[in-house]
Design a protein around this ligand. Structure first.
Ligand code: SF4
Length: 435
């Protein structure tokens, strides 16, 4: 009998991409096959994100597109991930198309729920767990030279704008040995770069080891050439972690350091637990230890009650730090968060949009200058695969900047570490030639 075919579409962050690999592994073990289109699928799963309104709307849009397929041939439709967890029964009740809703801690229940759904019974599994880390499940990855490993899940920080503590529950970490085993297996299969993932990755603690221990242990694995991590919280950067990151040549010189806002009142309203001065002191400490570090960030413009003068402090801080790039968003109220319950979303949309575009313009100028400053220099890049054009390689610098260079007669292949000379630069991309 033909195995039921599943099509999974993933929205949102790298953790969701990783979870899709975990879900594939769970379903494969129960005899499911996979297809790359909803048209040829028996089951369509949308692995969703709840971080912004836009992400929600995208999922509703996709559900609408699936309606004819559902009516034509009784497709089973499942919604997984943060949106499923956050909206729970409301979502199941409001959308007749959905058969199955499964939150991020309940993926082991998915095969049973899909079987019931095929027999016409809707199902829901949205319990949060204090223990689930999926440490024993080997994600079903598309083999490549880079891979993600989730080392911790959940978040205890309760930033007031953020839905993650409600959709992904409390912080919990895998034990170091299970992460090292997974990274060793990846190295044996040809993977060269591992990115350690967690909602608060530097809060990692397995009872014996902290994040600095974990970084060092993964970087020591033979065959792994680069180690990255995302996303850290500025509150968890002890000297031991900086020493580990700066002292090991395989740990990349890139830190994504979410700022969110540069004004103390707004930072406090957001419950970010650091002040502007503390954040700047951390940046200075990082740069003293790692002068060539590439810093990137996340910023929210137009948080509840943010005044023009308060926004100006964010703008000023972005300029002062001089990030290499930044994800800049308008504040978007998320259901069930502390901000949604306590603070009116009172900055007009047009004002938020205008603040975002001012920051984006500032950042684009800085990104371009920083990339242009690399012209003429020779840097080592890791080749990830083909570029946009078949005669180009796409690679990344140690600082995570996308670099493209022509395929010449050299024996370069995905996974090669190649010295290249930078010849040109745009806001987002470096152009190079093998050195
Ligand atoms: S640290 Fe804050 S923004 Fe990050 S996941 Fe936790 S609550 Fe959300």
């Amino acid at each position: 009998m033909r195995a039921p075919q599943v099509f999974i579409e993933t929205f949102g962050c790298q953790m969701n991409e990783y979870d899709t690999e975990v879900v594939r592994s769970i379903l494969k073990a129960r005899g499911y096959g996979f297809t790359d289109s909803a048209d040829s699928a028996d089951v369509v799963l949308l692995n969703t994100c709840a971080i912004r309104e836009k992400a929600h709307n995208k999922v509703y849009g996709h559900l609408g597109l699936l309606k004819p397929l559902k009516e034509e041939r009784g497709l089973v439709i499942g919604v997984l991930g943060c949106m499923a967890q956050n909206l729970k029964k409301d979502l199941l009740a409001s959308d007749a198309l959905i058969d199955v809703l499964v939150g991020p801690d309940s993926y082991r229940a998915l095969p049973d729920l899909l079987e019931k759904a095929a027999a016409g019974r809707k199902g829901l599994a949205v319990d949060l767990s204090e223990y689930e880390t999926y440490a024993d499940i080997v994600p079903d990855r598309i083999e490549g030279v880079t891979a993600w490993i989730a080392v911790m899940r959940g978040c205890d920080n309760f930033c007031t704008f953020c839905v993650v503590p409600y959709t992904r529950g409390r912080e919990r970490s895998r034990d170091l040995i299970s992460v090292v085993r997974e990274a060793e297996a990846l190295a044996a299969s040809g993977c060269k770069q591992v990115t350690l993932l967690g909602q608060n990755v530097n809060s990692y603690r397995d009872g014996v080891h902290d994040f600095a221990d974990l970084l060092g242990a993964v970087a020591d694995i033979r065959g792994i050439e680069r180690v990255r991590f995302t996303s850290p919280h500025p509150k968890d950067f002890p000297d031991k972690l900086l020493e580990a990151a700066a002292g090991h040549p395989k740990i990349c010189e890139h830190i994504h350091l979410p700022l969110q806002a540069g004004n103390d009142r707004i930072l406090q309203l957001m419950n970010r637990t650091y002040t502007r001065a503390e954040y700047l002191a951390l940046v200075a400490r990082i740069r003293r230890r790692c002068p060539d570090i590439v810093l990137t960030t996340d910023i929210i413009a137009g948080f509840c009650s943010e005044t023009e003068a308060e926004f100006a402090e964010t703008y000023d801080l972005v300029e002062q730090v001089g990030y290499h790039s930044a994800y800049i968003f308008k504040y978007s109220e998320r259901k069930n968060t502390i901000a949604a319950r306590k603070f009116p979303d009172d900055v007009p949309d047009a004002v938020k949009a205008e603040r975002v575009s001012r920051l984006v313009e500032l950042q684009r100028g800085m990104s371009l200058n920083k990339n242009r400053a690399l012209i003429g220099k020779t840097v080592e890049v890791l080749v990830e695969g083909d570029g946009k054009y078949a005669d180009q390689w796409k690679a990344r610098t140690d600082g995570n900047i996308v670099t493209v260079f022509p395929k010449t007669g050299h024996s370069i292949k995905p996974g090669s570490l190649v010295p290249v000379r930078i010849t040109d630069a745009t806001v987002t991309t470096l152009y190079a030639h093998p050195a």
